[in-house]
Design a protein around this ligand. Structure first.
Ligand SMILES: [Zn+2]
Length: 314
């Protein structure tokens, strides 16, 4: 990895033993970089869910689309709640169903200043609901739109348990599209050109994408069997590129609800990630800095022209 001194993450040697840390106390700044609040399961009470997120300390919240409808619905939600951000794109599960008209709609939506990223897109070899060849065509199209718009790609990547084919294929596709090279540098400068959402994969996959300048977001998936490498990954990601998310309504973390996950529960994953960085659960000053770091990483990854750095958005 070619990290600068200023970017070096927390040393793994200082990490305490694993296991979920206690949930944050209120008042620590939080982000949820990935939650599908336009999903049907939030139709009845999304305003309450957002209120609970604010009470928990969530200051930034990104709603990604997975197809044309959900991309438009993400922006509809931002109309009603201007402190949210949207992303538009096509999930690998939807790759085979995407029409030219649907894609044209996503390209139009992608120009909206409240759309801060392209996605979610990526590769899923575990549950290949769309043929893998279609997933690759879809991924490439989404990556090209990210480069054209200067908005980072949000990447989903899953392999069957114990395998890494999708992660290796994703690195190859990123390189082929110009990520980690001059094309991404001219579109993004020193900002992350993409984000691995809901991190899953071996440590050297993280090293490869960090070397290309990507950011990494940790979800409740980190607590699942087979995802043990994510603990070390959390300790390696430079703080300027470390984000957390719920992937609501999915991936509820231990201690969260058994059914629908919600943005307020990001505090469990954030506390766990802080623990991997050597921060004790009762060290309020260090936790406060960690929260500032999360908001800073979000704002650096997803800049919005109407946002002032670090402000609490209304
Ligand atoms: Zn998602």
């Amino acid at each position: 990895m070619s990290l600068t001194v200023a970017e070096v993450g927390c040393p793994a040697a200082e990490r305490p033993a694993g296991g979920p840390a206690a949930p944050y106390h209120l008042g620590v700044r939080l982000i949820d970089s990935h939650c599908h609040l336009q999903a049907d399961r939030f139709a009845a009470d999304v305003d309450d869910v957002l209120g609970a997120a604010r009470v928990a300390g969530v200051e930034r919240l990104l709603v990604p689309g997975w197809n044309a409808w959900s991309s438009g619905a993400a922006l509809d939600l931002v109309d009603r709640h201007p402190w949210l951000d949207a992303a538009v794109g096509v999930h690998p599960h939807d790759a085979a169903r995407m029409t030219d008209e649907g894609w044209a709609r996503i390209v139009v939506l992608g120009a909206d200043p409240r759309v801060v990223a392209i996605g979610e897109t990526g590769l899923d070899y575990d549950r290949a609901f769309s043929p893998i060849a279609d997933q690759h065509v879809n991924l490439y199209r989404n990556l090209e739109l990210a480069l054209e718009t200067g908005k980072p790609a949000i990447l989903h990547v899953r392999s069957p348990v114990g395998r890494r084919d999708a992660q290796d294929a994703l690195v190859a596709e990123l390189r082929a599209a110009g990520f980690g090279g001059p094309a991404a540098a001219s579109a993004f400068g020193d900002r992350p050109p993409a984000l691995i959402h809901s991190y899953s994969g071996p440590v050297d996959f993280a090293a490869a994408v960090l070397d290309m300048g990507l950011a990494i977001s940790i979800s409740g998936l980190a607590f699942r069997k087979g995802e043990e490498a994510t603990a070390e990954v959390a300790s390696l990601v430079p703080s300027q590129r470390l984000l957390v998310e719920t992937d609501s309504p999915y991936l509820s973390p231990p201690g969260g609800p058994r059914g629908r996950n919600e943005p307020a529960w990001v505090r469990i994953t954030a506390a766990w990630a802080a623990g991997q960085c050597g921060i004790a659960a009762d060290d309020e000053a260090a936790l406060g800095q960690f929260g500032d770091g999360l908001v800073g990483a979000y704002d650096r990854t997803f800049p919005r022209p109407d946002r002032r750095a670090g402000e609490l958005r209304q």
